[in-house]
Design a protein around this ligand. Structure first.
Ligand SMILES: NC(=O)c1ccc[n+]([C@@H]2O[C@H](COP(=O)([O-])OP(=O)(O)OC[C@H]3O[C@@H](n4cnc5c(N)ncnc54)[C@H](OP(=O)(O)O)[C@@H]3O)[C@@H](O)[C@H]2O)c1
Length: 244
């Protein structure tokens, strides 16, 4: 059995966030989840994850996007956080190029019901149509007109099919920005290769949701392997990997 290790204090400062999060990812790819929680486990403040963010988290959030072929989120998050197409300035495009990523960063919405607000910003740019990832057998024409719909499963999302559909389009480094219901279903399905968890130095108090929601897991808890730990002004940035 492995013994206790002290990770701190063994400081190495001036960490290059892109370099840190590119290692073991750019060549391998997979499904990477990015989430944030407070010290007492809250996943949002008044319905938004914004209230938990720190400057370090914002930099990592951007870096993870810079190191992704596609960014996904559940319809709850897309709606709550008012997602639009990803905008990348010249510096970020140059950074993407340096790590071998193309200029486009498409956004994908995961939805079973397809009750999506098609008047939202995300669906307004014909040059940057989002993916909609769903299951079932009916795709409304008005949705197909503004999005590329990927049907991945019959009654539930099959994340293996999602992986395959995206890979067929050259999108193998998949960043998913939550939310809790999607993280719960992806962990339940064993589909999470990497969980990037920011722990913000705030205590939010009772009543807040956790970073995982949804149906109970029949197989009990899962274990992940800790990769790296970064720290900035009391906020921790943890990188966990799937075992095996
Ligand atoms: N702390 C964080 O890091 C973090 C990150 C993201 C979001 N949030 C917060 O979380 C809240 C939203 O949470 P949420 O759990 O409602 O949002 P969510 O996980 O983004 O989206 C839930 C929706 O995803 C779809 N969905 C989930 N599982 C599915 C499955 N197996 N198959 C097909 N579709 C599936 C369903 O959409 P349909 O209803 O359309 O079928 C469901 O209503 C917001 O307050 C947001 O700010 C926090």
């Amino acid at each position: 059995m492995a013994g206790m290790r002290e990770l701190l204090p063994t400081p190495r400062s001036d960490v290059d966030v892109h370099e840190s999060y590119a290692a073991g990812w750019v060549d391998r790819g997979g499904f990477r989840l990015n989430m944030i929680a407070s010290v007492d486990g809250a996943a949002s403040a008044n319905g938004f994850s914004r209230g938990l963010q720190t400057p370090g988290d914002n930099r990592i959030f951007a870096a993870l996007r810079d190191l992704a072929d596609v960014v996904l989120a559940g319809s709850g998050t897309i709606q709550a956080e008012r997602y639009g197409p990803a905008n990348l300035d010249d510096a970020r495009l140059a950074r993407r190029e340096a790590y071998g990523f193309g200029p486009a960063l498409p956004v994908g919405v995961i939805s079973r019901s397809l009750r999506l607000d098609l008047s939202a910003r995300l669906f307004q740019d014909p040059e940057r149509r989002p993916f909609v990832i769903t299951c079932g057998d009916t795709v409304p024409d008005e949705l197909a007109a503004v999005a590329e719909v990927l049907v991945c499963g019959e009654t539930d999302i099959d994340y293996g099919l999602v992986r395959g559909e995206l890979a067929a389009r050259g999108l193998t480094r998949v960043l998913c920005e939550g939310g809790p219901t999607i993280l719960g279903s992806m962990l339940r399905a064993g589909a999470v290769d990497e969980l990037c968890l920011s722990v913000s130095p705030f205590v939010m108090g009772p009543g807040a949701p956790r970073i995982v929601d949804g149906r109970p897991w029949p197989d009990g808890p899962a274990t992940m392997r800790l990769g790296t730990v970064l720290e900035e002004e009391g906020a921790l940035f943890l990188r966990y990997h799937r075992f095996g």
